[in-house]
Design a protein around this ligand. Structure first.
Ligand SMILES: [Zn+2]
Length: 602
């Protein structure tokens, strides 16, 4: 067999200082996004694929990577995520080089897209984003604390869409979900408004992608002209004509089977956490989230209905796109695409069709002409895996290398950092209790200072470290609980620009903030509180729980009241690796003011 394709341009590549290295991957099985080439070479230069073929002739200074027995794939595309924080870095570690975000904050989207346009961030997945989402006041999407510009009538649709495009949205995401699928109720957009939004998006050349949870809504939005569904429904088995309706309207569908399992009450990602090909790259946060699920719905939702629908869609040649809805419960960025591929195959797609669902199919659906396939001139976003995922889909997990724009992701350093953190957590497990903690009292504030009997004293903590704008202050005030002389007053203002906004005070049991200490001899946290009548949160950080704290709430009324919370109520911790305990206001925006006293571990 001769060359599959070769550029007609001169084949001399002159390396310049600072250029990305040119390399050739030899003898790989290549899934090019559409079909399998049994053994081929892929030559990468200047961040793009320069040539693909058999026994390519390349200059002698081009690095050769022998990939005999391995399979080269286009960089994977996750067609439904919510990106913030380290999401895009994590995604790339697991072979996802493009995320199609379906709602995030502008404070994340705008700087990320700017850096991307400047050719930075090669160690993280590319971001395309809906930005904000279209929903009714109080509708789905407004519960996370990120400000969402809502709308109520078709007349507002064009201005709403134009404002998103001005903010940088790549496509328009619309919510149609009154929560009856989950046995609940919340406001949602009227179908007239949905249709007006879709028309407004099309008028500006943008795709309109719609979140639904019920089959009837799926049918209605398809009839209203939606370009794609951001989820499949799991409320009913598909009607016999569902796929033909979808095909007739040329829609694409992102089933998001992994999150639908989570909605079913199944921890979709649990099996990923024990897979030796993936687990060493998972942080404690990732692992705890992958093992979570949503509370089981009282209604008859079943992810199996969605799998049946995927099979029907396949028969009607409706484009099916792999998407995970990370980081919802049971999912995590990057790693969950491997579970989604597994579930797509379980639904009836061949492994090759599933791979296309994470490469060429989303690239075509979202008009991303520069990626999703391995062909000359395309971006050198590539994943090399051991074995043959075109036969065994689980082989996508056995990643050898990931490249974005020809730059190899440093997975080894990432893995080493995770190993180090895990080793520290294990060491903390074996540590003894901090001295001074045996009596259990943390602070009664009777000396007029915010000091503690052990660990660090109380210090202010706000979401400004995460880019938020909440403010707070603390001071020791007169008049404590139980006739004491003093208490600690915490007040401030919560700004709602982050979904997890907070401001308050933090105590660390070790001598340094966030040093883990073993408090497993204690069984509960108790404290007195009073305040403005609002609900407040106790957050407990543990090393094994990662960066997401476990939380419990209490109400601070006008009189001192004692609250005792078992440690086990904080994500089942036994207290062996507690790094911090916080008393905070938020995430609801507004002013807050409360006092605490006699904070103890019992
Ligand atoms: Zn979503």
């Amino acid at each position: 067999m001769g060359l599959y394709l070769l550029l007609s341009a001169p084949v001399i590549f002159l390396a310049k200082a600072g250029d990305r290295p040119s390399f050739v991957i030899r003898n790989a099985r290549v899934f090019d996004g559409h079909k399998v080439l049994d053994q081929a070479d892929v030559w990468v230069a200047d961040a793009k694929i320069k040539a693909i073929g058999k026994s390519l002739k390349v200059p002698s200074d081009v690095k050769v990577i022998d990939a005999t027995g391995d399979t080269l794939l286009p960089g994977l595309i996750d067609a439904h995520t919510h990106a913030w924080g380290d999401a895009l870095k994590e995604a790339e570690i697991f072979g996802v080089t493009t995320e199609l975000d379906m709602f995030t904050s502008l404070t994340f989207m705008q700087p990320t897209k700017k850096e991307q346009a400047e050719g930075k961030d090669l160690d993280q997945a590319d971001l395309f984003s809906a930005g904000s989402l279209a929903t009714a006041p109080g509708g789905h999407g407004t519960e996370y604390g990120v400000p969402v510009p809502t709308l109520t009538s078709p007349a507002e649709a064009q201005a709403w869409v134009d404002a998103r495009i001005a903010e940088g949205s790549d496509y328009i995401k619309i919510i149609v979900d009154d929560a009856t699928a989950y046995g609940s109720h919340r406001p949602t957009l009227s179908m007239e408004t949905v249709k007006a939004l879709i028309d407004a998006a099309h008028k500006r050349g943008k795709l309109a992608v719609v979140h639904i949870s019920r089959q009837q809504d799926a049918r209605d939005v398809i009839n209203a002209g939606a370009d794609g569904l951001a989820h499949l429904f799991s409320d009913t088995a598909p009607s016999p004509d569902f796929a033909s309706l979808a095909a007739a309207h040329h829609v694409f569908i992102v089933p998001t089977l992994t999150v639908l399992e989570g909605v079913d009450g199944l921890a979709s990602g649990a099996s990923l956490t024990t897979d030796p090909r993936l687990a060493p790259y998972l942080t404690a946060d990732d692992i705890s989230n992958l093992k979570r699920s949503f509370p089981k719905s009282p209604t008859a939702l079943s992810e199996k209905y969605a799998e049946q629908t995927v099979a029907q869609l396949k028969g009607a040649h409706v484009p099916v796109l792999a998407g995970t809805d990370s980081p919802n419960p049971g999912t995590s960025h990057g790693v969950s695409i491997h579970r989604e591929l597994e579930l797509l195959v379980r639904s009836g797609l061949t492994p090759q069709e599933a791979l296309a669902a994470a490469t060429s199919v989303p690239a075509t659906a979202f008009h991303l002409a520069d990626r999703g396939v391995i062909a000359p001139g395309k971006r050198a976003d590539l994943v090399l895996v051991k074995g043959n995922p075109t036969q065994d889909i689980l082989a996508t997990r056995d990643i050898v290398s990931v490249w974005k724009l020809g730059a190899e992701d440093d997975r080894a350093t990432y893995r080493a950092a995770i190993e180090k953190t895990k080793a520290q957590a294990t060491a903390a497990t074996q540590a003894s209790a901090p001295s001074g903690s045996d009596m259990g009292l943390i602070s009664d504030f009777e000396d007029g200072t915010p000091q503690a009997k052990f660990g660090t004293g109380w210090m202010l903590s706000t979401d400004s470290i995460a880019g938020g704008k909440s403010t707070g202050e603390m001071k020791v005030v007169d008049g404590g609980a139980n006739g004491g002389k003093h208490a600690l007053e915490i007040s401030g203002q919560i700004d709602g620009s982050l979904p997890y906004a907070w401001a308050g005070v933090m105590f660390s049991p070790g001598s340094q903030p966030f040093a883990a200490m073993n408090l497993s001899l204690k069984k509960s946290i108790s404290f007195f509180a009073k305040g403005d009548g609002q609900t407040y949160r106790v957050l407990v950080f543990t090393t094994s729980g990662g960066r997401i704290p476990a939380q419990q709430t209490f109400t601070a009324g006008s009189a001192w009241k004692k609250t005792t919370i078992p440690l086990s109520a904080f994500n089942d911790t036994d207290g062996h690796d507690i790094t911090a305990i916080l008393f905070v206001g938020g995430p609801a925006p507004g002013k807050f003011d409360f006092q605490i006293d006699d904070v103890s571990l019992e």
